[in-house]
Each structure stands twice: as structure tokens, then as C-alpha cells.
Design a protein around this ligand. Sequence first.
Ligand code: BES
Ligand code: MN
Ligand code: MN
Length: 456
Amino acid sequence: MEKLQPYFESNKQRFLDELFDLLRIPSVSADPKFKDDVLRTAEFVKAQLIAAGAENVVLEQTKGYPVVYGDKIIDPKLPTVLVYGHYDVQPADPYDLWHSPPFEPVVKDGNIYARGSADDKGQMYMHVKAFEMMLKNNSLPCNVKFMIEGEEEVGSENLETYVKAHIQKLKSDVVLISDTSIIANDTPSITTGLRGLAYLEVEVTGPNKDLHSGVYGGGVANPINTLCDMISSLHDADRKINIPGFYDDVEIVSDSERAEMAKAPFSLEDYKKDLGLDDVLGEKGYSTTERVSIRPTLDVNGIWGGYIGQGAKTVLPSKAYAKISMRLVPNQSSEKITKLFEDHFKSIAPKYVKVKVTNLHGGEAAVTPTDTIAYKAASRAMEKTFGKAPIPQRTGGSIPIVTMFERVLNTKSVLFGFGLDSDSIHSPNEHYGVFNYYKGIETIPYFFQYFAEMSK
Ligand code: BES
Ligand code: MN
Ligand code: MN
């Protein structure tokens, strides 16, 4: 793949310009206000796949946003790589914390600042450009299929139906996904595990209307106070989750695997410094790396109720709300955990409030194998371009479709991400290194080469 170098050098500025065009479209799947923009992004990706040389490029309609599909089958006897990515992004809120507008990409200090730069437009687009390079230089060594969806950030609700209806069309030997991180730019890694997710919203109702907090305060329960009490009871002093049965199915990671994990470079001091913290907090008996990868968690993602406008309003609210997520590990079922949470939360509700629990979305944890041709090809590819073999590492984020692909397509994934945990994905000032973008474009063709060679 050395022979792609001249093409890469003479086109790399355009590769960046095109990504900027993609980043300018605010494809926020969570907010219906951006519907036209999300659809425009799907059209943009479609046009870019066609321009890169893909065939059979179509927008596959779903009940939600379309899936962009395209392929290049050079020989049905050769192995096939299914590239998955997502063109939707998280909301950019709060806008006032961005140093430059989230949908006006800029390069500053070697980083591309924009919502979606790392998650996942920048990483997804590396594949389109790597594919273009291979095709334009007559060096595509195997078949490629692209499946780029627009609902990942809202739980990929319609993807399973789409995949089930197109099992033959999506048939492949591996799913290749760049939507995760490496340890550092001089320490490549390949993600081998993702956590699952159970996401719920709770509503706690006290009195049947908002009340004057002086006239009624002290006489009836304030549902915000009660919600806070209930939430704080969900962890014990060791930061274990206090829901009966919660840990029943948790995968026990062996001591030898934990020892192996502990070898990966990690500095708690740098971690705290990066986050402006004097100390960390987590489950007793586990390291920070373990707490954010092999252990399940429960977190409040948002909490509201009462008066949050300007100034003071003396009110005893009728309702309080919270969004609660639980990150899950292998063997835990998101459906079972959702039920355990709901039953428990209702059981701890005092008589003076009413509780409603709504399930928002969920997904299962994944462990991807390292003893496959695809993993080895990915590892060799990174070793080639980084000059160092990548470290297999589990991460705390979730990509629920990984287990869905295993279940429905019977195909394993390789999590071939090039981002950094410090890219501020889902946060203000999300960024993606220009280094990482180009490194991905240069590395992906080696994956294809080694995968084709090793599959023979
Ligand atoms: N790309 C992320 C997941 C991720 C990020 C994995 C960093 C590993 C490292 C993905 O877009 C994401 O944000 N997933 C959601 C879950 C989804 C169901 C909304 C998540 O993890 O919160
Ligand atoms: Mn993502
Ligand atoms: Mn995301």
C-alpha cells in the first residue's frame, strides 16, 4: 500500500476540505428541528460514496433516518468487509461553552474542532477516503460494503429491522468500525470490549400542582427532595449499586486478565489533571481503568423540576424528573436490568410520591475476539503505520449494534478507532486530530491488504 502515498500526498488537503463540508451540516438526530439537515447529510454521504467509486449507492429508507448503503464487489470469491459508521451527531448544547461554533469547523493546534469531528463523521469519512485511494490506484484487494446510519446517537432503533431485511445484501466476513479511541497517538490500541446500556427516565410526582413553598413547605413532600433521596440510595458507601440482583450476571474478569489490563499505560495523575479533579470516585476494589471498562455503573444524566429560570421563585413543585443510565458489562441483559431498576425504584418510593419509569433505550455489552484474521490484520496494519503493535483494550462506551450484528448477521466486528478519549465527544469543543484523521486514512488500506492476504 506504499504505492498509495503519492495519491495521498497530493489529495490530503481535499480530504480535509471535504470533511469540513460534512461537518458543516448539523446532523443532530435527537432534535427534530434538524431533520432536514440530517437528511441532507445522508445525501452528502451518498454523493461522496458515488464520487469515491462505490456502486449500488442508495439511501435505504427506515422508519427513522435513512441508512446510506454502497458497495464495490470486485470478485465474489474474495473476502468482504462491511464498513459501519454513523453520520448523525450529538446535540451541540451548551453552545456558549464552545470556543468556535460547533458547525463551523476550524483547525486549531492540529485539531479539527466541530461537533462530530471525532464521533463519528471524521472517523467514518476516513473509510470513504481510504476506499477512494485504493480504488483510484487499482489496489482494492477485497470487496467492500458501506452501511452508514443516521440514528446511532439515539439508539439505532430502526437498524435491526433494516439489517434483518437485508441479511444477504449485508453478508460479509467482518464488520469494520472506526468509532472508538486509541490510548495515545504514540500508543495505538484496538478496542476489544464495549459496555452495554440501559437508559431510563423517571418522574416523581408529589402534590397535584405546584404550590407556594411557604404556605405548604414543610407540610408535604417536595418531589425533588424525594427524588434526590431515592437517587442517593442507589449507591452504597463502597459505590456499589444498591439494586437487588444488579450484579448477578456480571462477568467475572480473571485475575490474570486484570493483571494484563493493568499493564496498559495509564496515569491517574494526568487523568485527574485533565479533568480538573483533586480526586476520583468509583467502586471500591477496582482501579479507574477497571471502573470505566469492566464494571457496571449507574449515573444520573440530567435532573430537573421546579423553577430554573432567572432569579428566585418560591415554589414547591409538583413534579421532578431524572434521566438515568446504567452502563452494563458482558452477560448482563439490558432488558433484565431495566426491569430490576424499575421494580426497585418503585419499591423504594415513599407513600407521599408517585413514581413513573420510562425505558428510553438499551443495548448489550460486546467483547470482540482477538484470535481472528480480521483482528490480526487490524493489529498488523496499526503496527505498520504507528511503528508499534496496538494494545487490545476494553472501553466504557457503548455501540449496541455490535452485538446486533453478531446476533443477526453472525458477523464479528473489529473496532478500529483512531480517536482519543480526550477528544471531548458529546461535550463542547469536540475535536479530532488532523494526525488521527490522516493516520486512519493511511492505515485502513493496510487492513484491507493484510485481511485479503491472510484470508487466502
Ligand atoms: N462512538 C460512541 C461510543 C464510544 C465512544 C465508544 C468512545 C468507545 C469510545 C457512540 O457514538 C456513542 O456515543 N454511543 C452511545 C450509546 C448510544 C446508544 C447512544 C454511548 O456510549 O453513550
Ligand atoms: Mn459514535
Ligand atoms: Mn456518540
